[in-house]
Design a protein around this ligand. Structure first.
Ligand code: SF4
Length: 407
């Protein structure tokens, strides 16, 4: 395996793969939560963190994103120790964004306070809907009332947070989605993410969709919902800075923005993928194999902490050839395609001079026909030495991205 160069990575993603049950639409890697598993996992996570920090120690982290899974199932004590450990082993800018994903079903006021005290400065809450029937359909263990209560609490303790909604659900009407949006806007979250329901392979919804039992709304209704959201959020002074993301001024998701800028990032945990600007290195999506590798003696994290051993920076000998990672390096053309469609996700679009300084060739030379065709279909526009998605292009973004990838 070639040695990847993470020296320019300023973002760190940490995967906490525990959920209380599996939502039928979700294809993220997770296993059933138990306190004992979390404790064994934390020991392993500290080992991987030690190993990573021995390879990459001069990076200046700007963002940390703790996702899952359901991080809010975990006692804030563990998150506090994790942030302490990151601060000890890596350099962080003083204004680093530290986000934790939370689920209304497993968060409460004490945990919110605990996360704030642990050093977390941004929460991302998976609201998904304020309609009890839709929440039930999505397998979410929350309710409309609970979602509202949790948003009120989060707003009380965190100035910076994001809330997610899912739309284009089977049998969801435009009015029902308008109600969800209105309720969401009544809380004025600093950041809102909107996703239409996607059917992923290897999920219960995939089987139901392919057996004809589950029918998604028409493309027209999906587009109408998206347009309604864009109009209402703009009218409420949100900036539509990325296809699925809207923020009040100064509250963009800094961690995700680094992904769209094609910046390298570090990652820890089973299933998590790191990127060095050319190659992705993905940890095995299997908690048992991850534990066998990083915690073969099944040691308890709480014991490690009480030993004081977590402060020892030589817990884990450097491991040169890891068996638990796969590597996928992008071909030059794939790299240019990925760079282009990630930039096109953002409102500013793809600047010609940035593409040139990255690849030493003009984007219009590499993707001449693709750009002309997308312009003629009015999916992208050209202006001020850049291309960017039109409103229609945002609705049909996958079509635009495939054009770059497949040709
Ligand atoms: S709680 Fe989140 S990560 Fe867990 S199954 Fe549901 S959507 Fe997936």
């Amino acid at each position: 395996m070639p040695n990847l160069n993470f020296s320019l990575a300023n973002a760190l993603y940490i995967h906490l793969p525990f959920c209380s049950s599996k939502c039928p639409y979700c294809d993220f890697y997770s296993v059933k939560y138990s306190k004992q598993r979390v404790d064994l996992y934390w020991f392993a996570l500290f080992m991987e963190l030690e190993e990573l920090s021995q390879k990459v120690n001069n990076n200046l982290l700007q963002t940390i994103y703790i996702g899952g899974g359901t991080p809010s199932l975990i006692e804030p004590f563990y998150i506090r120790e994790l942030i302490k450990k990151i601060k000890k082993n890596f350099k962080l800018i003083p204004t680093a964004e530290i986000t934790v994903e939370v689920n209304p079903a497993s968060i409460n006021e004490d945990k919110i306070i605990g996360l704030k005290r642990a050093g977390v400065n941004r929460l991302s809450v998976g609201i998904q809907s304020f309609n009890d029937q839709h929440l039930d359909f999505l397998g979410r263990k929350s309710s409309s009332e609970k979602n509202k209560k949790i948003l009120t609490l989060i707003d009380q303790y965190f100035g910076n947070y994001s809330a997610d909604l899912i739309f284009a659900l089977p049998e969801q009407s435009l009015n029902e989605f308008a109600d969800d949006l209105e309720t969401m806007l009544s809380f004025k979250p600093p950041h809102i993410s909107l996703y239409n329901l996607e059917i992923h392979e290897n999920t219960p919804f995939y089987k139901r969709y392919h057996s004809g039992e589950l029918k998604l709304p028409s493309e027209e209704l999906d587009a109408e919902m998206y347009e309604l959201a864009v109009d209402n959020l703009k009218a409420a002074d949100y900036q539509h800075y990325e296809i699925s993301n809207f923020s009040q001024r100064g509250y963009r998701a800094r961690h995700n923005y680094l992904y769209w800028l094609f910046e390298p990032y570090l990652a820890l945990g089973p299933g998590a993928a790191a990127f060095d600007g050319s190659c992705r290195s993905q940890n095995i999506a299997d908690l048992n194999q991850y534990l066998d590798h990083y915690n073969p003696q099944k040691r308890s994290f709480k014991e490690l902490i009480s030993d004081g051993a977590a402060d020892n920076s030589n817990l884990f000998p450097p491991n040169i050839e890891s068996k638990i990672r796969t590597l996928n390096c992008l071909e030059p053309k794939e790299k240019m395609a990925e760079y282009s469609f990630l930039a096109l996700r953002t409102a500013q679009g793809l600047f010609y001079h940035k593409f040139y300084s990255q690849f030493k060739v003009g984007v219009k030379k590499v993707f001449k026909e693709e750009i002309e065709e997308l312009k003629s279909k009015q999916l992208i526009k050209e202006g001020n030495e850049r291309i960017y998605l039109t409103e229609r292009g945002k609705e049909l973004a996958n079509e635009v991205f495939l054009k770059f990838l497949l040709d």
